[in-house]
Design a protein around this ligand. Structure first.
Ligand SMILES: C[S@@+](CC[C@H](N)C(=O)[O-])C[C@H]1O[C@@H](n2cnc3c(N)ncnc32)[C@H](O)[C@@H]1O
Length: 239
């Protein structure tokens, strides 16, 4: 299959066609379009580099990293995500340049300091989508306060494992509570800045193909709210 590598050049990204090359699909709840890791990997890394996604979910970053001849460390706390990754990666019969493992993104003790070339990841948006029922390490089960405490540990770990002069990219969206916006995105951005990262880019990504859009459209109309149709892609730099 020939894949045309169209590359984004502005700070607004919109992928109405989510990307269905290789074995990408939208089946894992809340997964990101492969266009996102593809663009980040091509712009911010070289062949042979080590890419980390510690919230790997259904394996989108893993597939893109391997396809683009990078090494990939793919971690998650939920077994169903890890099993899906192991299944999906089988399309690369020869490629052994990846590691899939169970690990809490708040404590990346299995990874050495200053060893990662690019972090490209997509954490839960607090408890908007719950990825398990009773996994105590799953941060998608946490309310806002505990979630932000956890994201501080995630940011600390990112800073420790990333090499100097390299990038850490995080996709995150906002939500509403009682009709008022909850700026998860800006809170998480500030948490990363407090750990020492410098902000390189803020990219606005349009949300497409969301399961609950129709329901939210009804709520917004009834309650005179704007439909949230964007997420933030923060690109941080470690000096
Ligand atoms: C938004 S999803 C990632 C989706 C992924 N980008 C994809 O394309 O499939 C977030 C993931 O974080 C995982 N997760 C939740 N808490 C975690 C933790 N403490 N450490 C590692 N992964 C965690 C969930 O199991 C879920 O798979």
């Amino acid at each position: 299959m020939i894949i045309i590598e169209t590359i984004e050049n502005t700070t607004i990204w919109d992928f109405p066609d989510r990307g269905k090359w290789l074995n990408h699909d939208g089946k894992y709840r809340g997964n990101w379009s492969p266009h996102v890791p593809k663009n980040l990997i091509i712009r911010y890394s070289q062949e042979g580099d080590v890419i980390l996604d510690q919230f790997i979910g259904g394996g989108t970053t893993l597939i893109e990293a391997c396809r683009l001849n990078r090494k990939c460390i793919a971690l998650d706390i939920n077994n169903n995500a890890l099993n899906l990754c192991k299944e999906k990666i089988r399309i690369f019969k020869e490629n052994k340049n990846y590691f899939i493992g169970k690990c809490d993104a708040r404590n990346l003790s299995i990874i050495k300091n200053n060893s990662i070339d690019l972090i490209c990841t997509h954490p839960p948006y607090a408890n908007i989508i719950k990825y398990s029922k009773d996994n105590e390490k799953d941060i998608s089960l946490l309310g806002f306060d505990e979630y932000f405490k956890s994201m501080k540990e995630v940011a600390k770990s990112c800073y420790r494992v990333l090499k100097h002069k390299k990038y850490c990219c995080i996709l995150i969206g906002d939500t509403r509570k009682n009709g008022f916006i909850q700026p998860l995105g800006f809170n998480v951005m500030n948490i990363f800045l407090q750990q020492g990262f410098i902000l390189k880019e803020i990219i606005i990504k349009k949300q497409n193909n969301c399961k609950f859009t129709d329901r939210w459209k009804g709520i917004c109309k009834k309650r005179n709210l704007y439909l949230i149709e964007h997420e933030y892609l923060f690109v941080f730099y470690k000096i």
